[in-house]
Write a protein that binds this ligand. Structure first.
Ligand code: NAD
Length: 491
């Protein structure tokens, strides 16, 4: 099997590294790619930065209206190739085809918003701040910028950054997750068809060696990272110590509060989708469901029925609702956490372990799982599981629920289900999370809004998407000009 190539300086190039790691289809363990993985990927990165740095000199000087033109073509190409890309996402990442199509739609929306860069980069101008003196602020690009991506949205996450970065005049290097590099390979086959100067956009494979080379390279001016919290912290610390602008999105543990006046049918469907969609491997996946005053267990029963009936299998089969988790290690880690929860006193309402899917006996499948009666300070309630596991907690009041929501280390998302506007308003105001859902289970911001995140879920100031991305990928320059009126000439 051919080793995956990098895309640098406008063309495909073999890595200097001959060591590889396998790309594995999580539904059947089939090896579907070999990706360069080792110390020499750092040389690949250096070469990519060299051409990106060179390209920046010309690209940053192009009119912004010209810089967005390739994005219009990219949108059309992504749309025309959506089915093929979705299939690749499903094969390497495991999610269902519907989920893969959904994430590509989100990628395309970011391309669309970034096409507004001519307006978003417009300068601010104040005339006559003093007699004959004007002041204005312009936005200029930073230089070479880099993206380090996680496994769970191989088609979407680089697009939280890429279109904004290049429309603003930067050049951009993507390092996809070594677990799912095939989607970006296909995206770069489309990028290769654009009218972009060589070196404006590059793809470099690898793992920690490539990341460290990115964090240390003096010609990389900004890093956009998405992944687990420990690595986010590391990337933020090392990147900023090297003088870079860094936005690092980390892990999550998203609580959902269900009040007794919630619409049971609607809440059940949405919460089940949030918990088990993408097999729970979403940074906005519901993880802990807090039912308030559900004394008769109506919500609990409804969630149980819905989870029990969710079909699990290979994502390419359009009839299934949930695919496998990404690796065998991940499956073991999730099973271990369930075991830990049971050791802490939790009770299994629904056990999704030890599942065999006919024809996919080696797949990393876990069926929907529900645990209840967990201690609030236990490990399962505190740790990101990143799998199809719901922890059910019962509390008496909305105030206790809010206290619980705010006691977690993470702050990616918090949601409430209720028909009371006043309670929803209170929750929206007091919950410590960057993305809030009200009768919404996956509060994923549209491309024109920043993908927020607080506490241990985000390190930095400016997030991906929308205006935050414009600010992140530009630096401001303030100019003060004096033109005394005595200098005006009559012609
Ligand atoms: P990960 O942290 O293992 O990997 C992310 C990237 O970092 C990969 O490209 C990987 O090659 C690199 N990397 C891994 N270990 C490294 C190390 N020690 N040093 C340097 N680089 C390293 O994350 P993952 O498992 O691919 O993704 C899942 C995680 O991402 C979850 O925690 C999830 O919550 C999080 N996530 C967060 C968001 C968000 O917006 N906050 C979005 C998606 C995923």
């Amino acid at each position: 099997m051919e080793i995956l190539k990098n895309y640098t300086n406008g063309g495909w190039e073999s890595s200097r590294e001959i060591q590889t790691t396998d790309v594995i289809n999580p539904a059947n363990q089939e090896v579907i790619g070999k990706v360069p993985y080792g110390p020499k990927t750092a040389i690949d990165l250096d070469m990519a930065v060299e051409s990106a740095h060179k390209a920046f000199q010309g690209w940053s000087q192009e009119p912004v209206m010209k810089r967005v033109q390739p994005l219009y073509k990219l949108k059309s190409l992504l749309e025309a190739n959506l089915e093929d890309l979705a299939k690749t996402i499903t094969m390497e990442c495991g999610k269902t085809l519907a989920e893969s199509r959904g994430e590509l739609q989100r990628a395309i929306e970011n391309v669309e918003v970034a096409c507004g860069m001519p307006v978003m980069m417009q300068s601010e101008f104040s005339e006559n701040i003093a007699s004959g003196i004007d002041e204005f602020m312009i936005r200029q690009p930073l230089g070479v910028c880099g993206c380090i991506a996680p496994f769970n949205f191989p088609g979407m996450i680089p697009f939280w950054f890429l279109p904004y970065a290049i429309a603003a005049g930067n050049t951009f290097i993507i390092k996809p997750s070594e677990k799912v590099p095939l989607t970006m390979m296909k995206v770069f086959k489309l990028i290769d068809q654009l009218d972009l100067p060589d070196g404006v956009v590059s793809l470099v494979h690898g793992g920690k060696d490539t990341v460290d080379a990115m964090l240390d390279h003096l010609d990389i001016k900004a890093i956009s990272f998405v992944g687990s919290t420990n690595v986010a912290k590391y990337v933020y610390a090392r990147g900023t110590a090297n003088g870079k602008r860094v936005q690092a999105q980390g892990g999550a543990k998203n609580p959902i509060v269900v009040l007794p006046d919630a619409d049971i049918e609607m809440s059940t469907k949405i919460i089940t989708d949030s918990t088990y969609g993408c097999a729970g491997q979403r940074c906005l996946a519901a993880s802990t469901i807090v039912t308030v005053a559900d004394d008769r267990g109506i919500i609990k029963e409804s969630l149980y029925e819905s989870a029990k009936n969710r079909t699990t299998g290979y994502g390419l089969d359009e009839t299934i609702e949930m695919g496998p988790v990404i690796t065998t290690e991940s499956k073991e880690r999730i099973s271990g956490l369930i075991e830990k929860g049971l050791g802490e006193g939790g009770k299994l309402l629904l056990d999704g372990r030890n599942v065999k899917i006919s024809g996919f006996e080696n797949g990393n499948f876990i069926r929907p799982t529900i645990i209840e009666d967990l201690p609030l300070d236990g490990e399962l309630v505190k740790t990101e599981i990143f799998g199809p596991v719901m922890s059910l907690i019962q509390l008496d009041t909305i105030d206790r629920a809010l206290q619980f929501v705010n006691s977690g280390a993470y702050g990616n998302m918090a949601c409430i289900f209720t028909s009371s506007g006043a309670n929803a308003r209170k929750f929206r105001s007091l919950a410590n999370a960057g993305n809030i859902g009200i009768n919404i289970g996956v509060a994923a911001p549209m491309a024109q809004f920043p993908f927020s995140g607080w506490k241990e879920s985000f390190f930095g100031d400016l997030h991906g998407q929308g205006r935050h991305a414009v600010e992140f990928f530009t630096q401001t320059k303030v100019v003060v000009e004096r033109w005394p009126k005595e200098w005006s000439r009559k012609f």
